[in-house]
Ligand binder design. Structure first.
Ligand SMILES: Cc1cc2nc3c(=O)[nH]c(=O)nc-3n(C[C@H](O)[C@H](O)[C@H](O)COP(=O)(O)O)c2cc1C
Length: 203
């Protein structure tokens, strides 16, 4: 698919066909492609929990305002952002050290600590902005591989965090249902987008 087609054809699919699985192989392909998303210092402060089993789906459903698509989609991804992913124990720093040497890498580690770790607001911005780009990349990669998606943030973030035993520094950024559109149900028409002069300011 051309990238333009991926953009125009991706829709938030409210109705998933529960009979049509997404294979683990396809899921891995989506996640690998999306991993090429950009991130600050290439730190990739994110991970994904793919919720597939009935028991885990039930738990997610209860913490996601009982949105039916959680049960209908063959799987729902919890996009997890790391609020402290800039810290020296991020394994990606080792790769940078090998590339540019310890001394220079230390400068980058110190800079990241200040830029992203010096206030709670910065920590949240760091986690949300990086994992947000990753989430969009997952939806586009999925479409390219013939898989439909639906992002959700009308959920109980803290409830999901607890139910799925996320670490203190981790936060739920959004959920993404993955599967295939149930063509027996009508998808609402594509909603309008803001006009260019409303969203674009050239200064
Ligand atoms: C971060 C985010 C959160 C969303 N949360 C929900 C949600 O909780 N429930 C829902 O039905 N749709 C949700 N949506 C889907 C939007 O309503 C949808 O993307 C928008 O109406 C545009 O439709 P389209 O994606 O088909 O172009 C969410 C989308 C995004 C990006």
């Amino acid at each position: 698919m051309l990238l333009r087609e991926v953009f125009t054809q991706r829709r938030s699919v409210n109705f998933f066909n529960p009979e049509k699985e997404v294979s683990t192989e396809t899921l891995k392909e989506i996640i690998e492609l999306a991993g090429l998303a950009p991130s600050a210092f290439n730190l990739q402060p994110w991970r994904v929990v793919a919720v597939k089993s009935d028991a885990q789906k039930e738990m997610l459903f209860e913490n996601a305002n009982k949105q039916p698509k959680i049960k209908e989609a063959p799987m729902t991804l919890i996009i997890v952002g790391d609020r402290e992913g800039y810290s020296p124990d991020n394994s990606m720093w080792a790769e940078l050290k090998a590339m540019i040497g310890d001394e220079q890498a230390k400068g980058a580690i110190d800079a990241a600590g200040f830029l992203y770790g010096s206030s709670e607001e910065r920590k949240i911005k760091f986690a949300e902005s990086n994992a947000g780009l990753y989430a969009m990349s997952i939806m586009l990669a999925a479409k390219e591989l013939g898989v439909d998606s639906h992002a959700m943030s009308g959920v109980d973030f803290e409830g999901i965090k607890k139910a799925f035993n996320l670490k203190a520094n981790e936060e739920v950024v959004m959920l993404i249902g993955l599967g295939h559109y149930d063509e027996s149900k009508a998808l609402y028409p594509r909603r309008a987008r803001r006009e260019l002069d409303e969203v674009l300011e050239i200064v």
